[in-house]
Ligand binder design. Structure first.
Ligand SMILES: Cc1cc2nc3c(=O)[nH]c(=O)nc-3n(C[C@H](O)[C@H](O)[C@H](O)COP(=O)(O)OP(=O)(O)OC[C@H]3O[C@@H](n4cnc5c(N)ncnc54)[C@H](O)[C@@H]3O)c2cc1C
Length: 461
């Protein structure tokens, strides 16, 4: 008999019950880690990999620091942003955005509508005319999809030259199939700014991300590292099966099994559905199958020399170049590249059944390098001293017209059967880390039965 059994009562079963961890949390990305901080009671986070951060983690090679796609800290939610910043305990670098858009062999300031005077005169006129004399406001008084909303909000000149091709490239579906939910993320332009920008005044748009933060040291992963220190995390546990018991869950990686009173998953819902013993109804399976979560390539380059332009990012609406954005991680923190070098990271989103996803890593790398050389973004091939290609299978949650209904079904059914969902790929939302935290505060408040909030780096329950 366990010598301490008498503390919990004479019955061995009671002892086991009392020692059972309240929450199993699957995945140590930002969602799993923050959930562990927000929930009341004991918890254990199970992570397949050997480090925290998930998609928002970093890799460190040959003196360069890269994230899996460029990550920066900004948010409209001030307490949540402060929580992220304060969690870093001073390991923070503040920067000012300097983004540009590639257009007809020139780079114009981002957002596009705030830099119309930089366009060729006829494009400037077409954009301004489309904005001022906009017939779509009357045609679509209640826009039904993103195409209609963009036309009403920006006019056809800006849409046809930039917003339509860029959005179709990123989301890989026609803009008319994108839901209005996406519109919440695009700020309405200030009409006076558009007029001013067309005649050459300097204006700024998207002010909430004009200044951003980034960890000075350790890449974006440093944020998750800070949260992981405050949670109980088990690495190298690749969850392979979930068994619902009467009052608990058994979680196994094939060799070890854990038992929890409750379970929260941040794993991609498509995978989750294949590993639980829950009897998932056809309607719920169809909703999961109907979701679109696109993959992406991330191409990281180290460049010898000095980055004279210090751009944060360049956006590419042109369809012939597969890249939708390149970023310059050494502008996020000077520690992201060794002295005498800088770095570039290119993102390519596509669908799983596309010719692009079927390309070899070598072909993707050549395409990116050729595109950067021909656009003068990298001066000489010989200056490229580091090359890396990554594939991420789950990256972009697409808000197509079925998204709202599919997620409604999933988000109702799983929690009703004792499986709580969280995170970008578990709750299935196109959210940044701040959005993950905002949603988790809501979910944790429900599970705790009282509000949870953040103040500085503290969690207030
Ligand atoms: C290109 C790109 C750029 C982005 N830029 C920004 C940005 O600038 N700022 C920002 O805040 N956010 C940004 N994001 C969003 C950010 O990456 C996500 O919001 C965040 O990573 C979501 O966290 P998560 O915990 O929900 O999921 P994830 O980060 O995917 O974490 C899930 C975790 O589960 C683990 N896991 C998976 N399967 C198993 C298994 N079977 N068993 C155990 N563990 C498992 C994974 O290893 C991972 O650690 C960007 C995303 C992309 C794709």
């Amino acid at each position: 008999m366990d010598p301490l059994a008498y503390l919990a009562g004479v019955d061995g079963e009671t002892d086991k019950e009392d020692r059972m961890t309240d929450y199993g949390i699957l995945g140590a990305g930002p969602a799993g880690l923050s959930m562990a901080l927000f929930l009341e009671g004991s918890s254990e986070v199970l992570e397949a990999g050997d480090h925290p951060g998930g998609h928002a983690s970093s890799f460190f090679e040959e003196g360069f620091t890269f994230d899996f796609g460029p990550h920066i800290m900004f948010s409209k939610n001030k307490p949540v942003l402060q929580f992220m910043i304060d969690s870093l305990e001073g390991n923070v670098h503040e920067c000012r955005r300097k983004n540009v858009v590639s257009f007809r062999n020139r780079l114009v300031k981002y957002p596009f509508e705030n830099a119309l005077a930089a366009l060729p005169l006829e494009d400037n006129l077409a954009c301004l005319k489309g904005y001022v004399f906009n017939p779509y406001k009357a045609q679509f008084p209640q826009p039904a999809n993103l195409r209609e909303w963009l036309l009403v909000t920006f006019g056809d000149g800006i849409c046809e030259r930039y917003l339509f091709p860029y959005n179709e490239k990123v989301w890989n579906i026609p803009v008319e199939e994108l839901s209005m939910l996406w519109a919440d993320r695009i700020p309405n332009p200030n009409p006076e700014d558009i007029l001013k920008s067309a005649i050459g005044y300097e204006t700024e748009g998207y002010l909430h991300q004009l200044y951003y933060h980034y960890p000075r040291h350790g890449g974006y992963q440093a944020i998750s590292e800070a949260w992981a220190k405050r949670a109980a995390v088990t690495y190298g546990f690749h969850v392979q099966s979930l068994e619902r018991r009467e009052d608990s869950w058994l979680v196994s990686d094939g060799t070890q099994t854990r038992e929890y009173r409750q379970l929260t998953s941040t794993l991609p819902i498509q995978y989750l559905a294949t590993i639980t013993n829950l009897d998932i109804p056809t309607e719920v399976r169809a909703a999961i199958d109907g979701l679109i979560v696109n993959p992406m390539f991330i191409v990281s380059l180290g460049i010898r020399g000095t980055d004279a332009d210090q751009y944060t990012a360049i956006y590419f609406p042109e369809p012939e170049f597969l890249v939708n954005r390149v970023s310059f991680p050494a502008t996020f923190s000077p520690e992201n590249a060794p002295a005498g070098t800088y770095s570039i990271q290119a993102e390519i989103t596509c669908t799983r059944d596309s010719a692009t996803w079927a390309m070899t890593d070598a072909a993707i790398l050549e395409h990116v390098i050729d595109g950067l050389l021909s656009r003068g973004i990298v001066a000489r091939r010989d200056d490229i001293i580091y090359r890396n290609v990554q594939r991420k299978t789950y990256s972009y949650v697409v808000y197509d017209r079925y998204y709202a209904e599919n997620t409604r079904i999933i988000r109702e059914w799983f929690p009703r059967h004792g499986l709580h969902l969280a995170g970008r790929f578990g709750f299935v939302e196109y959210v940044n880390v701040d959005g993950v935290l905002i949603r988790n505060l809501e979910i944790a408040s429900q599970l705790n039965g009282r509000p949870v909030s953040v103040s500085g780096s503290a969690v207030v329950r």
